[in-house]
Design a protein around this ligand. Structure first.
Ligand code: SAH
Ligand code: SF4
Length: 382
């Protein structure tokens, strides 16, 4: 099978070049062609020797998961369904805002962690995504959105050679300013592939994103959080969702293995590696489950010593979820308790829910390979 060059970070691409008799610095050139320019046809890589290009074409390919569906929501949020073969598919979402563009990518086909309110979790788990499939999401979206932006600028009349064109051209390379691993899957349960893909996102020869513009969201795999801190301390979001173990055990079953005290201690260790940073605690608002004023006060007591931000996520429903979204009033009261306690708190805007692109609605197509979940939890990434 041909080697997919999207699987390689800088170090492994350098090794690959040397293995086929090329100078190591060729890897840098290749990375730029592939990731910055989005080129997948070796014959277009004009500053590489013809013999090298031919060798590359004989041995390797540059291929991201195939897009099988493309939806745009009324608010501009865009969702793509990507085939990962064998009847499986994952989803990726782009959220354009005035001052930034966020790409939400998937890390696994399904998820074995079975959080009770999550559509991905309800579908079970099939497999981890490869590095090429993870970085391939950014590679493809970046290329596609840049092409679309460039196309938009071509409609500007020629006589408007002014600041406006200049501004738009500058934006061509900036369609995606932030990446969040908040799509399908638990990123830290696919640790090595995710860390390699993160390294590529930060590499100056590829996307050059700053550490703070890339966020990993985890349900709380404590040992893997420690390893992430050592290997690639990007921004961290933790799916807390409950202020005590009894409730969190029900909502986020991995809590039985890594209870809240252990989880918060891991957050504090994480911040020691990046003292100017903060952890974002995600808290899904479930009507009558975790949204009372008492829960809010309990949450304040729990997190007040940790440099953090709270992100309240109105529950996004899906068929047979068994939960309801908290009322706007309940969310407001809950938020005000946190704000009054001095915690930076935001309520996540629900984007793209007319196309089921909101948090936790991503379903893709998952052929479950696990025989339902609880028994998996003990096996997952220790
Ligand atoms: N597995 C990781 C990242 C993917 S889920 C994690 O759990 O953190 C991204 C976020 O969406 C998490 O905070 C998750 O708890 C939340 N989420 C899942 N289902 C949801 C739903 N139905 N409505 C709102 N948020 C949901
Ligand atoms: Fe998996 Fe995250 Fe969904 Fe939980 S919320 S089932 S960890 S994707």
């Amino acid at each position: 099978m041909a080697i997919n060059l999207l699987d390689f970070d800088s170090a492994s691409l350098t090794r690959f070049c040397m293995d086929i008799g090329e100078k190591p610095y060729r890897a840098k050139q290749l990375l730029r062609w592939i990731h910055q320019l989005g080129i997948s046809d070796f014959s277009e890589m004009s500053d590489l020797a013809k013999a090298f290009r031919e060798k590359l074409a004989a041995l390797s390919i540059i291929r991201s998961p195939e897009v099988i569906n493309d939806h745009i929501a009324a608010d501009g949020t865009r969702k793509w369904l990507l085939s990962t073969g064998a009847g499986n598919a994952v989803e990726m979402v782009f959220i354009p805002e005035a001052n930034r563009g966020t790409l939400c990518i998937s890390s696994q086909v399904g998820c074995a962690l079975a959080c009770s309110f999550c559509s991905t979790g309800k579908q079970g788990f099939n497999r981890n995504l490869t590095v090429a499939e993870i970085i391939g999401q950014l590679w493809w979206a970046n290329k596609m959105l840049k092409t679309e932006k460039a196309h938009e600028t071509s409609f500007i009349p020629e006589n408007s050679i002014n600041g406006r064109i200049h501004h738009q051209e500058k934006n061509i390379g900036r369609a995606i300013s932030n990446v969040v691993l908040m799509g399908m899957g638990e990123p830290l349960a696919n640790f090595e592939n995710v860390v390699t893909a993160l390294g590529l996102m930060l590499d100056d020869n590829t996307y050059g994103l700053s550490r703070r513009k890339v966020t990993v969201s985890t349900s709380g795999l404590v040992p893997a959080m420690d390893r992430l801190r050592e290997r690639c301390p990007v921004a961290l979001a933790v799916s807390l969702h409950a202020p005590n173990d009894a409730l969190r055990d029900q909502l986020v079953p991995i809590n039985k293995k890594y209870p809240i005290k252990m989880l918060l201690a891991a957050c504090e260790r994480y911040l020691q590696a990046a003292p100017r940073d903060f952890v974002t605690f995600e808290y899904v608002m479930l009507d009558g489950v975790n949204d009372s004023t008492e829960h809010a006060y309990e949450l304040v007591r729990l997190v007040k010593k940790i440099p953090c931000k709270l992100n309240l996520i109105p529950f996004n429903s899906f068929a047979e979820s068994g939960y309801k979204r908290s009322s706007p009033e309940a969310i407001r009261i809950f938020r005000d308790v946190l704000l009054q306690a001095g915690l930076v708190t935001t309520v996540r805007k629900t984007r793209g829910d007319d196309i089921d692109a909101a948090c936790g609605q991503l379903a893709g197509q998952v052929l479950d390979k696990t025989r339902r979940v609880n028994r998996n939890i003990t096996k997952i990434a220790g």
